[in-house]
Design a binder for this molecule. Sequence first.
Ligand code: ADP
Ligand code: MG
Length: 663
Amino acid sequence: MNRQQTELEQNEEAKRTAAEAREAHEEGGDGEEEEMEPKQKLRQILISAALLLAAFLIDRNMPGLAMWQRLLLYLVPYFAAGFDVLKEAGESIGHGEVFNEDFLMSIATIGALVIGFVPGGSPQFPEAVFVMLFFQVGELFEGIAEGNSRRAISQLLDIRPDFANVERDGAVEVVAPDEVRVGEVIVIKPGEKVPMDGTVLEGSSSLDTVALTGESAPRDVAAGDQILSGCVNQSGVLRVRVGKAFGESTAAKILDLVENAGEAKSRSEHFISRFARVYTPIVVLAAVVLAFVPPVLSGDFAANFATWLLRALTFLIVSCPCALVVSVPLAFFGGIGAASKIGVLIKGSSFMDSLAKAGTVVFDKTGTLTKGVFEVTTLHPEKISEKELLHLAAHVERYSTHPIAVSLRNAFGNEDDGCEVEDVTEVAGQGIRARVNGRTVCVGNTKMMDAVGAVWRDCGEPGTIIHVAIDGVYAGHIHISDVVKPDAAEAIASLKKLGVRKTVMLTGDREKVAARVAGELGVDAYHAELLPADKVRNVEKLLAEKTGPEDGTLVFVGDGINDAPVLARADVGIAMGAMGSDAAIEAADVVLMDDKPSKIARAIRISRRTIAIARQNIVLAIVIKIAILILAALGLCPMWLAVFGDTGVLLICVLNAARTLKA
Ligand code: ADP
Ligand code: MG
């Protein structure tokens, strides 16, 4: 009890020091500035609202004021409410862009201030201030909504480690994670977050991976295991050798991805930016026409100009498409956040478009549909001992990252016996070759045996078979077996339920194994004994078979070992994040953090929902804008109602967009 308490206290202490270290490390404090924005804006709005009220009361109680005196009176709240908007507008004229919202708002309100001086025009002083004020209220909402989503996502992804306990000169120091170098040893106590990716040197524990994968089942780790940053250490103390710098580690990469997910833009986002480019000038032009043409046509320009000018100014207020410009990207931002919550990283909203329309899903077998953890079941040596066969195979595989290599190494155990392994050449989709104590040893499938002229023997057993040849002479084979992932069948079934027309499995493994796995999982088609180039060809054939948009997109799912080229070729490439190679994670558009193929269907569902919400916003905003424009042209919509409606749509759209965050 006592010990636990001191340990807890130490923990707290460590967190405090680390927090201080972090604070000292961060120079600018950008984050704080963002937090302050809405507060400042709120203060500005409240002050200018009070000034507007004061001006209004003075105006009411002093009926003798001249027009210019009234203007001066209202200019006080006007500048209080809009000084920053006016400044931005001035700057944008300098840059030659006249169609931004600040500029349009400035023109509209200045117009409202001077319309009283136009012959026949009634003064609109309070209205002008009110419009500016409400525009600022809209900006405030915008800021809050964006800040909220960002915060919600970072809370969802509570994976940013605050500190690391690093062993230096025999003592443990608490430092900010980005100060730890690759190769240093860190200590992770129970209850602490794993600060960076690495390999366990000592200790065993179970890790809570919920923040990374959305899955609450704890993962047991012991010496030799790779662990990912962002997990929480639950039970034992772990000593870990740091494998990747903080910025390269999983946690930092995920946060980076989510924060910058806007790079590859979705079609809806492209649509609104194109729409804004066309719509705004059209409305501005319409406003100019509205101000001048009807009064000219009426024959009595002087008598009618003020009326139509007011309508034109109302047009300008509605001309800014902010509801769309803000809410649609916000919807995708939330969708990407929702996907990360279940351990699916989507690298840009355009991939949500493609995922939502998935028509064909192609899977790699080993490491994707199967666990990629092979067990050696039987050894069939020829002229050498069983032990020597496995020994040779394990040695040749010493430097390979292929799942088969890892399994053979694990099966052999003691590797460190002074044998010399040189000239290692890995032939993708075939196997691996090396010189062991002066002899050339080939380890791989029948293609590899044929290539060196070894006469191989087939094996009746159903699993994967690894043949071995020494100096071109056949030395026997090792029979290994893999198991399908527990959720693989469900993954295929749920994709079909979502309307995916075709599922295909591609593998470099034997026909027999492929047939068995394909049958077990219910995939529609499979192709076996493929080299990496054959996989690309197969995918290209499937892409060519598509005749129209109704066929949907082609999704390829792989672990990147011997299939990185296909990941890049497909409409959407999905890589395994935990088992997958770094190259695959780079090449992929979507990464499954916990390697579970069943997450694909869930990601498709999230994508469809996100797109539906973005579309609702587009339709709602456009319909309401057009309605306000028509009413304004008919003179049925006063200025304050226009800005009220405009901000209202913005608010509804932003709230609607925030729904995508919920998975
Ligand atoms: P998959 O397409 O199922 O993911 P791969 O393309 O990675 O399979 O490998 C195809 C086949 O090539 C394996 O089944 C194995 O027979 C052989 N092979 C590839 N790499 C190795 C290796 N490092 N050691 C032994 N055999 C290998
Ligand atoms: Mg593979």
